[in-house]
Design a protein around this ligand. Structure first.
Ligand code: FE2
Ligand code: FE2
Length: 131
C-alpha cells in the first residue's frame, strides 16, 4: 500500500526538483511499507537515514536554485526547510532499537503531510516567480 501518491499537479516543470520530489515520495512510501511489514530495526533505520539525507540534499539544491533565481521568498522558504530538517534530524537521531511501529507510522504521516503542503505552497512559488 502506498502512503503518498504522486500527482502531476505537484510538478513544477523544473526537472531536477521534480525528480527529487518524486524520490522523496518514494523514500516516505518505503518507510511506510517497511513499517507495515514490521521490518527490523536496521532496515527501518536505513530507510530513515536515506530520507534524511535526501531531504537535506534536496533543500540544498532548491535553495541554490532560489538564490540563482533571486527568488524574493528565499529567506522564509529556507527557514521552513531548516525548521523541518531540524525536526526530522531530531526524530532520526532519537530512533533506537526499542522503537515502536506506531512511532514510525506517525513519522511517515508527518513527513507526508509536510511534503504535500510544502510542495503545493512554498515550492509552487518558485514557478510563480519565473525560472
Ligand atoms: Fe522547498
Ligand atoms: Fe522541494
Amino acid at each position: 500500500m502506498t502512503l503518498l501518491e504522486w500527482k502531476d499537479e505537484y510538478l513544477l516543470g523544473m526537472n531536477e526538483l521534480d525528480f527529487e520530489h518524486r524520490d522523496l515520495f518514494d523514500c516516505v512510501n518505503e518507510i511506510y511499507e517497511q513499517c507495515s511489514h514490521k521490518a527490523d530495526f536496521e532496515t527501518v533505520a536505513v530507510c530513515l537515514g536515506r530520507l534524511h539525507a535526501r531531504l537535506a540534499a534536496h533543500f540544498a539544491l532548491e535553495e541554490n536554485t532560489m538564490r540563482e533565481m533571486k527568488n524574493p521568498h528565499y529567506a522564509g522558504h529556507k527557514a521552513e526547510h531548516d525548521r523541518f530538517l531540524d525536526e526530522v534530524t531530531g526524530i532520526v537521531a532519537d530512533f533506537k532499537e526499542d522503537f515502536t511501529y506506531e512511532d514510525v507510522d506517525n513519522f511517515a504521516h508527518l513527513v507526508q503531510a509536510w511534503i504535500v503542503g510544502h510542495i503545493t505552497t512554498y515550492d509552487r512559488q518558485l514557478v510563480e516567480h519565473g525560472h
